[in-house]
Design a protein around this ligand. Structure first.
Ligand code: IMP
Length: 203
């Protein structure tokens, strides 16, 4: 049985992020780009845990490979944790990142504009080649929402998210910093010992 690990994303940026962190370790990785026939899995869960597990198990079942899947989003305290699992769909499936940011800033303004605390959350699920869920790992990145978008780096809500300890948004900070402190990086770091013990090679 092969010990190759499938990274369940079609997002090239995410593959690069995972490779840049895991590339230094003796793991054999592949991504959905290597499985063009797989059918996309709908994120029908109501938590990051449910959605990441759903994806890991469904792609493992489709490919027969052990699979790592993630689900992530932005939780804004004054909005009761919204947009949360709906981060990608906030404002409707057709909305652009800029429209989603406008909507978020408008909602914060209506909430009184005082509490701007927010966090990015990422949950990583790992399923084995039989599609059995093995483990879940969580990473968070705490910060606050800026008053207006700044910077053109990153994606999604990056231009309005200021991580704790910095004055710039993720849109302004160098990508190396985001790759070190992001919710995804932290979830991957938490998963690393497990990944090495289960999927590491002697190479
Ligand atoms: P998913 O994990 O690909 O489903 O991501 C859900 C959504 O959360 C994305 O479409 C973005 O809107 C938002 N999001 C997740 N991670 C980030 C990030 O690192 N920066 C900015 N937005 C993010």
């Amino acid at each position: 049985m092969t010990k190759k690990l499938l990274i369940a994303t079609r997002n090239r940026g995410k593959v690069l992020e995972v490779e840049s962190l895991l590339g230094a370790f003796p793991l054999r990785l592949c991504s959905l780009a290597d499985f063009p026939a797989t059918v996309d899995v709908e994120e029908t869960g109501s938590t990051f845990e449910e959605n990441s597990a759903l994806k890991a198990q469904a792609y493992a079942a489709q490919t027969g490979y052990s699979t790592l899947a993630d689900d992530s989003g932005l939780e804004v305290e004054a909005l009761g944790g919204a947009p949360g699992v709906f981060s990608a769909r906030y404002g409707g499936p057709e909305a652009t990142d800029a429209e989603r940011i406008d909507l978020l800033l408008g909602a914060l303004k209506r909430s009184g504009d005082a509490n701007r605390r927010a966090r990015f959350v990422c949950v990583i699920a790992i399923a084995d080649s039989q599609a059995k869920l093995l483990e879940l790992f969580t990473g968070t990145c705490e910060g606050h929402i800026a008053h207006e978008p700044r910077g053109s780096g990153g994606f999604g809500y990056d231009p309005v998210f200021v991580p704790d300890g910095y004055r710039q948004t993720f849109g302004e900070l160098p990508s190396e910093i985001k790759q070190r402190i992001s919710h995804r990086a932290r979830a991957l770091q938490a998963a690393l010992p497990f990944l090495l013990s289960h999927f590491g090679t002697q190479a």
